[in-house]
Design a protein around this ligand. Structure first.
Ligand code: MIC
Ligand code: SF4
Length: 641
């Protein structure tokens, strides 16, 4: 049978199930990655599982999100992760080594292998032909412990790339084009597999920009074939032994097909406040810009920054612009420093930031009130920058650099010939900030500072659930709404009781109070509830506040899994009009829960309105079992998983 790239990797790793879209499958996981903002929970959960040997080939714990260390909280988290990693057989990438996805691509991603990461942009490694999936923390903890991951097989979409990019048009514009066509919910339940002649003209960092932002489509993952370009990249990283060619078979069957003619694309911009509000730059240029930031796991590679340096060379940024650049990794920064490129960036007026997520997750560099910020990042949700009134536009590094000089959103094509930047034949390799696991794990003491508090676990399903509707929200609510993450809150990722005071506050500042007063209840939501990050806190904290079910028109993939894994029932309105008939403070009742959950159709009585709603529980049989047990950890601990 002719197979696609994704099907080949899945069949090599299939533990059980059929590779048919909609079927529950189990695959073996070769590698895992965590970052510090989700990592503390993953390792607390791993400890709770009581295993003493990890089952993956390689697991890596990165520190990249929360590196400001404005108080002891961050450093305590780092120390906990460093010591727990050393004990459990996990590699530890120290703060300063770079953003997890960039470092992973450079040093660890292997074509043909599987990767599960507690970060939604884990599919970045798909640029190298790796089946890389983002998931919630407990799924990653279980993958580390058991070497397996359960998920619903997605549809496979072939993205056929023809033609070549025109000068000044970049990989960012390819993925922005897809976002324009498909929107932030267009990829839910889908794997995007890139194919066609156009693939050959894209370098590995360019492919990784595209697979990275597949997360913004809501996709399960995105993947490129592994070819001679992959080989050259691995060779330049002194990792040619990791190379494996993987191409889709001629005649392989895809569920859907999309065609993009690269030669027809122009520079694009995602306008505030969603990555899918995409317009051609020609339609909005000349907006005055206050701030430009270049970096994040999407566009912070060596070649991206060399391109930027060539544009900025011998120029000075506009008087009213603040330009910040965060290189993706120590490798990138060291190479820029070694060959003098860094000097061009500094001389132009750029402020060089640490190799970390930084401003992408609101850790500093918040724009001024009502400010316009151009960023090469992947998300521009309202308030994510730390300034609620700011307008954040997502652009390519080329657009960012040219606009920083001009002081307004500029079309780089007006500049004439673009700089031609090739991938280096050899990268500077020095893994001295990657700490290997201990040879004598028994001697390693795990250090838990006072900020590391116990996490809540779900209770087994009860036969009846009754409570009030605590909040009713609209479509496309992000995990940034459910559990905001800014410079003030990120240090408390290991402290659920503290964070619970901020749950859903961007939608209703009284939500935490209401939830506590009513001892929990229900959340009502529109389409694509929980889009965005993989942060499990968006489920753990509602669990802590007593939420037992969310009633929505539809859910984002990772968030739905996180709800289930924490024993919260994700229910979908069978008749979407019922959403309009339920109001805040209505009293709802679910009876006969065991029977209804098993059946997958749940009737909810609205006691206030005297109405009944039919809800769908579109989850797999094992997920239903997780709900019955009150969460994945309970199920795994009972040895039933
Ligand atoms: C993000 O980009 O939103 C994050 C911060 O990287 C999250 C993870 C987190 O919230 O810790 C993600 O993308 O999963
Ligand atoms: Fe970090 Fe931003 Fe990438 Fe998330 S999207 S991993 S915060 S750089």
């Amino acid at each position: 049978m002719q197979l696609t790239v994704a099907q080949k990797i899945i069949s090599e790793h299939l533990v059980s199930g059929k590779i048919i879209s909609g079927e529950e499958i189990i695959i073996s996981i070769d590698q895992t990655l965590t970052q510090d903002a989700t990592g503390t929970m993953v390792y607390l959960q791993l400890e709770a599982l009581g295993v003493n040997k990890i089952k993956t080939k390689k697991s890596i714990a990165y520190i990249d999100h929360n590196t400001l260390q404005t108080g002891s909280e961050n450093a305590d988290d780092h120390l906990y992760i460093q010591t727990v990693a050393k004990k459990y057989g996990i590699y530890f990438s120290k703060p300063g080594n770079g953003i997890c996805h960039q470092v992973h691509l450079e040093r660890f991603a292997v074509p043909g292998e599987t990767l599960l990461g507690s970060d939604s942009h884990t599919p970045t490694a798909g640029g190298m032909g790796m089946l890389a999936i983002g998931a919630g923390g407990v799924d990653v903890a279980v993958a580390i412990a058991q070497g397996e991951y359960h998920f619903t097989m997605s549809k496979i979409v072939k993205v056929n790339l023809t033609g070549r990019l025109n000068p000044w048009v970049s990989a960012k514009d390819i993925i922005l084009e897809l976002l324009k066509r498909l929107t932030v919910k267009g990829g839910v339940g889908k794997i995007f597999e890139y194919a066609g002649e156009g693939v050959k003209s894209l370098s590995i960092p360019q492919r990784a920009t595209i697979t990275n932002m597949g997360a913004e489509l809501g996709a399960t993952n995105s993947i490129f074939p592994s070819d001679e370009i992959t080989f050259e990249f691995l060779k330049a990283q002194k990792r040619e032994k990791d190379y494996l060619e993987i191409q889709a078979d001629e005649g392989a069957i895809y569920d859907e097909e999309i065609e993009i003619d690269l030669s027809q694309l122009e520079p694009l911009v995602a306008c505030p406040h969603s990555p899918d509000k995409v317009v051609p730059i020609s339609s909005i240029k000349n907006i005055k810009v206050d701030q430009v930031i270049i970096g994040s796991c999407t566009n912070s590679s060596y070649s991206d920054l060399v391109k930027v340096a060539r544009i900025l060379e011998d120029k000075t940024i506009a008087e009213h612009v603040s330009l910040a650049i965060a290189p993706g990794s120590k490798q990138v920064l060291a190479m820029l420093a070694q060959n003098g490129t860094l000097a061009s960036l500094i001389m132009s007026g750029a402020r060089i930031l640490e190799c970390a997520c930084g401003p992408c997750i609101g850790m500093g560099q918040s724009p001024p009130t009502d400010g316009v910020s151009l960023r090469t990042f992947n998300r521009n949700f309202k308030g994510r920058s730390g300034t609620l009134s700011a307008k954040v536009y997502l652009v390519s590094p080329e657009v960012a650099a040219v606009s920083a000089i001009n002081g307004y959103l500029s079309d780089p094509r007006d500049l004439g010939k673009p700089p031609i930047v090739k991938e280096p034949e050899s990268f500077f390799v020095n893994d001295n900030l990657i700490i290997p696991p201990a040879n004598n794990p028994d001697k390693v003491k795990i250090i838990k500072g006072p900020n590391i508090k116990p996490f809540p676990t779900g209770k087994p399903l009860s036969s009846k659930i009754q409570g009030k509707v605590l909040i009713k929200v609209k479509d496309n609510i992000t995990t940034d709404h459910i559990m905001p993450s800014n410079a003030k809150l990120l240090p408390y990722r290991s402290n659920i009781p503290y964070l619970s005071n901020y749950c859903l506050t961007p939608c209703d500042k009284n939500f935490p109070k209401k939830a506590k007063k009513n001892k929990g209840g229900f959340i009502i939501a529109g389409i694509n509830y929980g889009q965005g990050s993989s942060r499990e806190h968006a489920a753990l904290i509602p669990l802590y506040l007593g939420i037992r079910a969310v009633l929505a028109k539809s859910f984002a993939r990772i968030h739905q899994a996180n709800l289930v894994n924490n024993g919260i029932i994700p229910l979908i309105f069978k008749n979407p009009e019922d959403y309009d008939n339920v109001n805040e403070m209505d009293e709802l009742l679910i009876e006969n829960t065991f029977f209804q959950v098993k059946k997958g159709i749940v009737k909810i009585k609205n006691l206030t309105k005297g109405k009944e709603y039919k809800m769908l529980l579109n989850i797999t049989a094992s997920q239903k079992e997780i709900i019955v047990q009150g969460g994945l950890l309970n199920l795994v601990k009972s040895n039933m998983f």
